[in-house]
Design a protein around this ligand. Structure first.
Ligand code: ATP
Length: 228
């Protein structure tokens, strides 16, 4: 990497419900941080109005606490309360605009999402503008193809396929924001599976899917009992 590139800072932003955070999320955070030489990886839990959802979502404090437990030993991983702190729902485009304005120009932003979210990107509010505010990293997920058929030609032209690349992914790609595809993580874990295991009080399964402290927290506060 050139000296000039090193002077640029790289921040990753990872939005989600994180109800709860699980080993899939954490593996993505660690691998993306290594592969893209990220200086700071920010989890940005979403604020969600429970009455607007088809299931009850744990309170923001529980979701935040579990993220804090899961990231406590890794100095590169942090949590931003940007969305939790705002009374009204934030859209990703607003969150990215906030971070873009907050960091100096020499900071590169990378927004991280799974292949399932990428499939739906064209339904996201102002998705084209969203893709001008940060680079995107799309991570493979079992059961979801990474297709580009749903985006327009201009967007597709910005895709940099890094599948198969296992180190030093980045990138002195010229031009604007890119859309990186990465298969650095391929883990069949979902928060839905964890909520189900918690509901069935399947502690053994829980501890294979979330860090021990998070499993203990879920048990202690009896999260996800009779909620599915
Ligand atoms: P749920 O089962 O409740 O839908 P989830 O496991 O998908 O939850 P979210 O908090 O909704 O977790 O995910 C946040 C982001 O992480 C999304 O962009 C999602 O695509 C991605 N993600 C979650 N789990 C994985 C995984 N195992 N592999 C790749 N991406 C993932």
């Amino acid at each position: 990497m050139s000296v000039l590139q090193k002077m640029r800072k790289r921040i990753a932003i990872y939005g989600g419900t994180f109800d709860p955070v699980h080993s899939g999320h954490l593996e993505i955070a660690r691998r993306v941080t290594e592969l893209f030489e990220i200086d700071e990886f920010l989890f940005v839990p979403a604020r969600l109005a429970p009455h607007k959802l088809d299931r009850e979502v744990s309170g923001a404090l529980h979701r935040y606490a579990m993220l804090a437990l899961a990231t406590r030993t890794d100095p590169r991983l942090s949590i931003s309360t940007f969305e939790l702190d705002r009374p009204e729902r934030q859209y990703t485009v607003d969150t990215l605009a906030h971070f873009r304005a907050q960091f100096v120009e020499s900071t590169d932003l990378f927004f991280v999402m799974g292949a399932d979210s990428w499939t739906e990107i064209t339904t996201w509010r102002e998705w084209r503008r969203l893709l001008t505010l940060a680079n995107l990293i799309v991570v493979t997920r079992p059961g979801y193809e990474i297709s580009v058929a749903h985006v327009d030609v201009e967007t597709a032209a910005r895709i940099v396929d890094l599948r198969g690349v296992t180190e030093n992914a980045v990138t002195s790609e010229p031009g604007g924001q890119k859309i990186f595809l990465s298969d650095a993580v391929m883990l069949d874990v979902s928060a839905t599976t964890i909520r189900r295991a918690a509901n069935e009080d399947d502690g053994a399964k829980l501890t294979t899917l979330v860090p021990l402290e998070v499993a203990e927290y879920i048990r202690k506060y009896r999260l996800y009992r009779n909620t599915e």
